[in-house]
Design a protein around this ligand. Sequence first.
Ligand SMILES: [Zn+2]
Length: 506
Amino acid sequence: MNLISRRDVLGLLLAAPAGARAFAAESGGGWMDLFDGRSLDGWKASEHEETFSVVDGAGFGVTGGVIQVHGERSHLFYTGPVKGADFKNFEFSAEVMTRPGANSGIYFHTAFQPVGFPAAGFEVQVANSYKGDNKKTGSLYAVRNVAKQLVPDNAWFTMRIAVRGKDVQIWVNQMLVVDYVEPETPFRADPKFERVLNHGTFALQGHDPGSTTYFRNMRVRPLADGLTTPTDEEPVVDELYRETMRLGEENYPMVDYHVHLKGGLTLEQALANSRRLGIDYGIAINCGLGFPVHDDASVQAYLETMKDQPCYVALQGEGREWMTLTSPESVARFDYCFTDAMTFRDDAGRRVRLWIPEETPAINDAEAFMEMLVKRIEGVMREPIDIYANPTYLPDQIAARYDELWTPARMKRVIDAAIENDVAIEINNRRQIPSATFIKAGKAAGAKFSFGTNNEGAELGRLEYPIRMVRECGLKWQDIFVPKPAGQKPIEVKKWKMTEAGNSGQ
Ligand SMILES: [Zn+2]
């Protein structure tokens, strides 16, 4: 028996956060199969019919047939009897499995098209380890992109889609990854594709001959046409909204890699914000002396709280001793790690934190201070980090002299150290550093950059400064950092040591 009382249901509804409205129970009424488990009856392929076939699920540990997608580009459109193959509001569910390098997708509100990628409707992306596209499984393609690979190849996962009024929600397993509300006048980054809510059928994508994907248990539950959007929030379409969508369409990973759960910001709020803005987050925990995370046990406990969340999970090393507090194995369990050069021992042996005036010694000789700072930054670059955060930060005493003190020679030393150590340089939204001059020099030399806010309170920006710098400095999507796969992370492959003075290895 699988009964729950009405009170239980009410309890669940009350407990569910607003942003994570539950998907209808699969056991609930109204679900209809789109795939009969035996044949492609009720489906029609474009271009290369042979891309789609039904194979025995026994080889995949499941009973019944499985739709195999492998071959030249082709799309398989549902043309069967369920609701005359015309759906407006609905819930859809399918089990999907990818082979390495697979690229596929599930279209909705689309229509049969004999050749090419369907122009009508939306594509929900299926791509886990596929290279060259930063839109991963769960993306509402080029409208709301998911940058992080959330599920592995060679394992079944559930993909669920719900359209209600102007709202599209997408789940990958239990993770709500997209909650897109279409504005009154939808913005489209690429006019070749409609990507406007309408009505239509479903389709599966065969993308290229190097790709193999499997689908099973494809079901739909039509919902009433007159449904209203289950949110009262009308998105504001301003230039930043358009740029975020354009850059995503152009394959920039639109990720804020430097978000802290502080100032009262909860994980649930951060994820809801991320879905609302179409910017993915890397949620970073500070690790260092006197911080809540400071050893292997506290890393383990923290990671438990971030399990199966649709965001990157990052470690920010504090002070130069961060590397000595936890094992490399613990650090490697994060998606990436970063630090800044704002805490170190100066030449007199004092531990300084540059953003705290009382801890920053009087700078009588700014030139000498800069020499010391650049040397410290070069040391930080040798640490096993992915990103150098808060780059080129100067303490208040000399901040107004940024352009004068960051000479071309000093910028070059920092950029060279970043490139030599394969460390990305953060373009920091809150502090608006580094300068455009620095970013242009870094771009010319071949440095990589990441976007990061480093929020002080609960308010997260919208990557205003990084987005402006991308255009002003001509950064390409290839210039933007994406975390390295397991086995290739700096913490796993880089040799590092600390000097006796407590600074990073020279
Ligand atoms: Zn930070």
